[in-house]
Design a protein around this ligand. Structure first.
Ligand SMILES: [Zn+2]
Length: 375
């Protein structure tokens, strides 16, 4: 049994002082109020539940699509651990079937080897809308076939999330995915509010990067954005890097959906945790300028955002309460993934995954399963 002493600890709902955390085999055995204990490992700062990021394309200089291997997943996870992420869904952008299969194979072996921080896979595409494709390679956008259905419904990949455009995928296919426990997210889509609602009725539970690459809210056409904001039970990923979504739009989304339904996501490319500037993907040159990643012509190409920055941006620029920002980075995405009994809170029975934050909400240290993994 390992002992840790936290001066301040956010357990997922409230901040407590002077807490002794006992960890057994990677899980929290107990947390209780205590006098400072010298024998315990001291955690100096605010100890908060580890961040859960459901959309991570790359990190540490590697992009999952370009190198779909288990080694890449280790590099990506380590890169994001520096910024407080203790659970990520490696995300494959639209690609050919062979690359999708390599990615699945990589995640299956990472799950088997228990690579810290890898909890599943997110297939973003290929069943998307051409007009809302963003940087997804046009030639690989296609209808769903038995081959992809078989891949998505594999049982050895941890949590599987699929982003699809509901106007291009049948209700029956969505129901089949949902019944195989796949988390269906709607996005890169031109669907009407009615089509979106039909997909929600069929069991879709998420929206991928709300506002970006989806039909907007208009007076006589509520679009996917309108349907997403109106629906109270689904979860929305939100990229709070101030490049993808205007600050008032972020505030509006949080007001409509509540912090229990907005998930901070990075949509990070390979740049996070590296000093990389240029990246090639599917024949496109992606360039970094400050915090912005674009292809020629100025279209956004993922982000250079990390979770700790997303949390700080939410607190400092959106005016979120600290507890709400932390929820959007941990408890809410954990609930979306169905991991609410393991992650997103610090309490007996939960995974010993936490981040130690400074007063400026910078990451001082990250722990996964009670092990110090970064900083
Ligand atoms: Zn996207």
């Amino acid at each position: 049994m390992q002992h840790y002493f936290a001066q301040r600890l956010f357990d997922g709902s409230t901040v407590k002082q002077n807490q002794l955390i006992k960890v057994n085999k990677g899980s929290i055995h107990s947390i209780e109020s205590s006098q400072p204990l010298n024998q315990a490992i001291q955690l100096n700062g605010l100890v908060v539940p580890g961040f859960v990021d459901v959309q991570v394309n790359g990190g540490g200089g590697v992009l999952f699509n370009n190198h779909p291997s288990a080694e890449t997943l280790v590099t990506m996870s380590r890169a994001h651990q520096q910024f407080g992420s203790t659970a990520i869904l490696p995300t494959l952008i639209t690609d050919d079937l062979a690359t999708m299969q390599s990615a699945a194979h990589a995640v299956a072996s990472a799950m088997e080897q228990k690579v810290p921080g890898i909890v599943g896979i997110h297939f973003e595409g290929p069943h998307l809308s051409q007009p809302k494709k963003g940087i997804h390679p046009q030639q690989h956008i296609r209808h769903i076939s038995p081959a992809e259905m078989a891949l998505f419904t594999r049982q050895d990949l941890g949590v599987v999330c699929v982003t699809l455009a509901p106007e291009n995928v049948s209700i029956e296919s969505i129901e089949e995915l949902v019944s195989a426990k796949v988390k269906v997210c709607l996005g890169h889509s031109n669907a009407s509010a009615q089509q979106t609602q039909a997909a929600l009725n069929a069991g879709a539970t998420g929206f991928t990067h709300l506002f970006n690459a989806m039909s907007p809210l208009q007076s006589r056409a509520a679009g996917m954005v309108g349907a997403a904001l109106l629906d109270s039970s689904s979860y929305c990923g939100l990229i709070v890097d101030h490049e993808h979504v205007d600050i008032p739009s972020c505030q509006l989304a949080i007001k409509c959906k509540t912090p229990e339904r907005i998930m901070l996501v990075t949509d990070a490319m390979s740049h996070v945790g590296s000093d990389q500037i240029a990246l090639e993907f599917a024949g496109m040159q992606i360039h970094r300028q400050g915090n912005k990643l674009t292809i020629e012509g100025g279209r956004l190409a993922g982000s250079a955002l990390d979770m700790a920055t997303a949390v700080r941006n939410s607190i400092v620029d959106l005016g979120c309460a600290v507890e709400d920002a932390l929820k959007m980075a941990s408890a809410t995405p954990a609930a979306f993934l169905g991991l609410q009994q393991q992650k997103g809170a610090l309490a007996a029975g939960f995974d010993a995954d936490w981040v130690v934050l400074t007063d400026q909400y910078q990451v001082d240290a990250t722990y996964i399963a009670g092990q110090h993994v970064s900083a």
